[in-house]
Design a protein around this ligand. Structure first.
Ligand code: NAD
Length: 492
């Protein structure tokens, strides 16, 4: 097997915006720091209103004039399939660009992020000619129809936790539906999106249809949200920013929004599970994957008394087994924390929870890696009320809050969160408990006897309440990039 390790200084960073098929400079420099060693890797320019305006207007013009929306839909599908092939051919290069400034270990970007990205592009390409509209039941002298058409240009704003995959869930269905699109990646992970856009043009996407603008939320993201050429917005990030995006969309449109926001997802474990070890494995992966920096992190464990002691013992034992290596080392499997401010925030939340009465079962502490990256060990806290900060707030770090229950009703009551409703996990051998959980839990996704998405792109994902509006993935994510026109025709 080839050694996947690489050195960050050997990577050429595409440090610019991507406009009309070219990497372009423009704007003051923002420093990009790698969480793998905590040092500055490079800089990206920040797009101001003029550059955002150029990106949106160009996408609108190219969408109108290139024939992308009006060609035979299978032509669009062919370009998208070629794009997926190019993503695979350039897989190692993309994986390194993704790993170098994000929290994603190279083994995982090579083994999952990039193949998943390529297959996701193929998945949405398959919808290009599948959804057109309906004929309505009218009197025979009329012809009534509903016809889908693209918005024109959509705006996409992505987070840093899975930079390419999260961005692709927005831009690919939008392009497949016939739109142009402007993407703003996170200012912390800006590079891989530019290479992805270059490959799209190489695959045959009209230059200027998909543009990338770099910058911070306030200087660039907000301007993009408010731009008059943006007909629809898709955002993934925190609930607080999602609210700002929706406000901007309302005030500059109104325009529709898809919001994929934060979570505080519960995992319910009942006494009847057949293997404590297997469930411990699942729960551990669900709160330590990407060091807990996953929207659907299973961060609240609600466990029945009969199995609690054994399960907690198994989880605590696993906490001491993780090792910190820079993400570009082939041995790395545990992720760093994206930034120093985020590490401070996590440690403060843990500290304030302990002060409020939480009991430490496994401590969340700084870990050392050879290269000096930002790492925190997985922590487990037992809480006895629902007011503890670690029970209430999205930590976005490797911290599990635990509560014990006796009766099923208690478990379902504990699972409810006043704000979030993104995902939930249920671990039980009882079909009737599982069925009750599916109906009762207020979450956009319920997993039974597993935790986490499969590679089935067809299952949509999205939250309830403060966790968001609308869906990524699935047919729904394609349809949301189309608007419905009603037509009624009479013979002259
Ligand atoms: P964030 O909200 O800080 O930033 C997300 C993006 O929004 C970034 O590109 C940022 O620059 C931009 N932004 C910030 N302020 C803006 C504004 N006023 N207008 C427009 N854009 C603005 O989130 P983050 O820290 O990058 O990501 C972590 C969060 O994302 C967590 O809360 C996590 O749960 C959530 N998330 C949700 C999902 C999901 O599918 N539900 C998936 C991944 C991450």
């Amino acid at each position: 097997m080839t050694d996947l390790s690489f050195r960050p200084e050997d990577i050429t960073l595409p440090a610019g915006h991507f406009l009309s098929g070219k990497i372009v400079p423009g704007g003051k420099d923002i420093a990009v720091t790698s969480p793998g060693h905590g040092r500055i890797l490079g800089y990206v320019p920040e797009a101001g209103p003029d550059l955002v305006n150029e990106a949106a207007q160009t996408a609108a013009r190219v969408q109108r004039e290139s024939g992308w929306a009006t060609c035979a839909p299978r032509e669009r599908a062919r370009v998208l399939r070629r794009w997926a092939d190019l993503v695979e051919q350039h897989g190692m290069e993309l994986a390194r660009l993704e790993t170098v400034c994000s929290t994603r270990p190279i083994v995982q970007t090579v083994g999952w992020d990039i193949p998943f990205l390529a297959e996701g592009i193929r998945f949405f390409s398959e919808y290009c000619d599948k959804i057109g509209g309906d004929v309505a039941a009218t009197s025979a002298n009329l012809l009534g129809m509903t016809v889908y058409e693209p918005y024109g240009v959509t705006g996409a704003i992505a987070p840093w936790n899975f930079p390419l995959v999260m961005a692709s869930w927005k831009i690919v269905p939008s392009l497949a539906a016939g739109n142009g699109t402007v993407l703003k990646p996170s200012e912390m992970t800006p590079f891989s999106a530019v290479r992805l856009a270059e490959l799209a043009v190489e695959a045959g996407l009209p230059a200027g249809l998909f543009n990338v603008v770099q910058g911070t939320g306030l200087a660039t993201g907000e301007v993009l949200c408010r731009h008059p050429n943006i007909g629809k917005l898709s955002f993934t990030g925190s609930t607080r920013t999602g609210i700002a995006v929706m406000k901007a969309a309302a005030e500059s449109g109104p325009k529709p929004v898809t919001l994929e926001l934060g979570g505080k997802s519960p995992q319910l474990v009942f006494d009847d599970i057949s293997s404590v070890d297997e469930v411990a494995d699942r729960i551990f992966r669900a709160f330590t994957g990407n060091a807990g920096q996953v929207c659907v992190t299973g961060s609240r464990l609600i466990v029945q008394r009969g199995v609690a002691k054994l399960l907690i013992k198994a989880l605590v034992a696993k906490c001491s087994q993780v090792a910190a290596h820079a993400p570009w080392e082939a041995v790395a499997s545990y992720s760093p924390i994206i930034s120093e401010p985020q590490a401070h925030r996590i440690l403060n939340l843990v500290e304030s929870s302990v002060q409020a009465g939480a009991q430490t079962l496994a401590p969340c502490l700084r870990m050392n890696s050879e290269e000096g990256g930002i790492f925190l060990s997985p922590g487990i806290l037992m809480v006895t009320d629902t007011y503890s900060p670690v029970w209430q707030e999205e930590v976005f770090g490797p911290v599990l809050a635990v509560q014990i229950f006796d009766e099923d009703d208690e478990a379902f009551a504990l699972a409810e969160h006043p704000v979030y409703g993104l995902a939930a996990g249920v671990h039980t051998a009882s079909m009737s408990r599982a069925m009750r959980a599916i109906r009762t839990l207020k979450a956009g996704t319920v997993w039974v006897n597993r935790y986490g998405r499969s590679s089935d792109f067809v299952i949509p994902t999205g939250g309830f309440g403060g966790s968001g509006i609308g869906k990524d993935l699935g047919r729904q994510a394609f349809e949301t990039n189309l608007r419905l026109k009603s037509v009624l025709m009479a013979a002259e």
